[in-house]
Design a protein around this ligand. Structure first.
Ligand SMILES: [Zn+2]
Length: 257
């Protein structure tokens, strides 16, 4: 199979795990808030490890091949990370506002707005996740992409569940809540196609793309996911989940990568 096909299929499989994770909602079987915070903390840990081991370190390697020595490789990667964080911050700031001007008002509207901001952030960061999977397959074939596809797929499940449960809490029907959660994951194969495509087409863009994707993910982890897991007083479980996710992703990356 060509790296491009592998990249698309791998990121599609990882993206579909979002829909799988949200399935309990269809049957009205929702895990407790503390369990959900543990699982979402796990997602944050996987993403944190993936940002560094699967995006930032490969970005530095790629930049060093281009610039030989000096401060340039580190500078390129630092700037690209900040650009990635800034881009998501900007989108987060701008886009949803108009969307929520009309409709409900008062505290209900505020909670609906928060839920949609969360969903929006999850959708945005699925793009760099797909990109990472695509680049992994594109650069190193099966051994480069597989650990990422597994890790990203694993952390998509609790994300899908969190999205569906949040929508259920706002009064959405079970089927719709599941459908919206499933849709947030389908951004991933688009990123996968682009990631696998970039690496085969333009090597100089690679460190920029990888580090930009890492920045986008880091912003979402810090700005949306970790605060979400701490909002109901389950900090210990959230941190436990994060530790497990972090070491699991590290292990997968070194073992399979
Ligand atoms: Zn994620």
């Amino acid at each position: 199979m060509s790296p491009l096909t592998l990249g698309i299929l791998g990121s599609l499989a990882a993206g579909l795990m979002t829909a799988v994770g949200a399935v309990p909602v269809l049957f009205g079987r929702i895990p407790s808030r503390s369990t959900r915070d543990l699982l979402l903390g796990f997602a944050a840990g996987v993403m944190l490890a993936a940002s560094f081991f699967s995006l930032i370190i490969p970005a530095l390697d790629a930049a060093e091949r281009q610039f030989e020595s000096g401060a340039a490789p580190a500078a390129v990667v630092c700037v690209a990370i900040l650009l990635g964080m800034g881009a998501v911050a900007l989108i987060n700031e701008r886009l949803p506002h108009e969307h929520f001007k009309s409709g409900r008002e008062g505290p209900e509207a505020a909670s609906l707005r928060r839920v949609w901001l969360f969903i929006f952030a999850i959708t945005i960061h699925n793009f760099p996740e797909g990109l990472a999977v695509g680049v992994g397959f594109g650069a190193d074939g099966l051994s480069g992409g597989l650990p990422l596809a597994i890790g990203i797929g694993l952390q998509n499940a609790p994300e899908g569940l969190a999205v569906a449960v949040a929508l259920l809490g706002e009064g959405y029907a079970k089927g719709r809540a599941w459908g919206i959660a499933a849709l947030t994951g389908l951004v991933e194969p688009i990123g996968g196609l682009l990631g696998a495509g970039i690496i085969t087409l333009s090597q100089p863009l690679l460190p920029w793309g990888l580090a930009f994707a890492a920045g986008a993910m880091l912003f979402v982890i810090s700005h949306e996911i970790i605060p979400e897991t701490h909002r109901s007083g389950h900090q210990n479980r959230a941190t436990l989940g994060l530790s497990i996710g972090l070491v699991l992703m590290l292990f997968l990356d070194v073992w399979l990568g």
